[in-house]
Each structure stands twice: as C-alpha cells, then as structure tokens.
Design a protein around this ligand. Sequence first.
Ligand code: NDP
Length: 252
Amino acid sequence: CKIDYQPPAELLRDRIILVTGAGDGIGRAAALAYAACGATVVLLGRTIAKLEKVYDEIEAQGSPQPAIFPLNFEGATLKDYHDMAETLDREFGRLDGVLHNAGILGRITPFEQYNPELWEQVMQININGPIWMTQALLPLLKASPDASVVFTSSSVGRKGRAYWGAYAVSKFATEGFVEVLADEVEHLGTLRVNSLNPGATRTQMRKTAYPGEDPMALRSPEEIMPTYLWLMGPDSRGYSGERFDAQPPKPA
Ligand code: NDP
C-alpha cells in the first residue's frame, strides 16, 4: 500500500493512458489524477455524457487534452477492440498504461438463486471483455518503452465470501490472469502487469453493496489515488505479477 506516496507533478508527462469506466467513481478520480500528472488520458466508458463531463473537468484543470472512447463491454466484440487499437495506433502510436477499472457488482444473492444471464454479464464486463481488449492492445503496449497495465481486484477476489457470486469469481479470474500475462511478458522488460484492490471506497457500487453503511466513513476515490499513481508511473518499475492494495489493511 502506497497511500503516503507523493507523486512528482510531472510523473506521467507524455504518457498515453487508457482508463476504463472513466466516467464515474474510482475511474473518474484516476483519469483526473493521471491527467493532473501530465498524462494524455483516453477515457473509456459506456455513458458518453459522464465521459464528456470528465473531459471538461480535465480541460478545466489545465491538463493535457484527453480523448473519449465510448465502449460498452457488454456488447463489445473482438472487432470493436481491434478497431479501437487501430484508432489509438493512428492517434498515438503506442500506449503507456491501461487501468482496467470498469466493473459491475451483479447481485449479492445466494448462489442457488443466482441468475445465469446476470452471471454471464458480470463475467463479460469484469473479466472477459477486458481480457480481449488487452489482447488487441498488446502491440501498442509493447511499443511503449515503459508500460503499466493495472487490473482492478477486490478483497473477494482473494478470499471468497458467501453471496458474492460472479463478482468474486470475476475478481479471482482477474488476479489469475494478471499472473499469467505478467509471466508471459516478463522477458520484454518494458511491460508490467499488476492487480490493485482499491479497498472500501465511497462510490455508487459500494453504496449498492452496503446500503446501510455511512459513506462518509469511507475513503473517497481521490484519497486512494497515491497507489493508483505509483503503479501507473515509473516508480513501480520492476514490479509485475503482483497484487497491491490502495488502502492499509483494517486493524484486526
Ligand atoms: P462505480 O460503479 O462507481 O463505477 C464503475 C464504472 O464502470 C462506471 O464508470 C461504469 O460506467 C463503468 N462500467 C460499468 N459497466 C460497464 C460496461 N459494461 N462497459 C463500460 N464501462 C462500464 O464503481 P467503483 O468506482 O466503485 O468501482 C471501480 C472498480 O473498483 C470496479 O472494478 C470495482 O469492482 C472495484 N472495486 C471497488 C470497490 C469500492 O469499494 N468502491 C472495492 C473493491 C473493488 P457508468 O457510470 O456509465 O455505469
């Protein structure tokens, strides 16, 4: 956990960084934080109005002009991912970072009652879509002299918990895929792949999962950005195939 990390102002200068689910919650905060540190951020998400709002906020803070890439992982095809890679290649020629942040909770419900269509949808959005997008983006990531791919995990992706169903399984798969891919690209020496568990954070998803909780007792997305910045920037070089936490563990 790097909650005390203080990023240099120009940490991500001249880097091209794609953030999925950039319109809200943690992804929005990460897009703003990366841009504030000099990155050109590609804002990917399914609700264009939200992406446009983040775009305006990035411009208003005087950061490099971002780009918007509308994409819904639910219906996206391999062709969409390859078209996307082609557009990014034309525009930038490389990619220095990807934050895989988009995700849905599905339902917290006993497995016996879990709807199979919803299960598939969660797996599609949380893991399968991001995996095929990553495959399409690999040539661009390999074209960078120092690239970081960060997948978002969760505490239920490390220790299963009753009723968390497809969400937990998708996060276990995320952590597994990170280890596989990190091992495969290790020889390149220029591409690292890690997972990051944000920990309980004040967002809509958390509110849906824990409706009775006081949101103000939680850290805001902005407060957990130090680890997001550390992992995206050059200070985390040499770390790959590892799992990180954006918040200190709760005292026992
Ligand atoms: P939010 O629900 O606030 O934000 C999720 C983002 O993902 C939104 O921008 C949403 O877009 C986008 N998204 C959802 N479905 C799709 C889709 N089909 N295609 C493209 N984009 C999509 O959640 P958080 O910010 O809380 O979560 C971010 C990540 O952190 C997730 O991976 C989550 O699992 C993880 N996490 C969060 C924790 C927390 O306490 N908040 C704890 C542990 C892990 P739109 O706004 O348009 O719906």
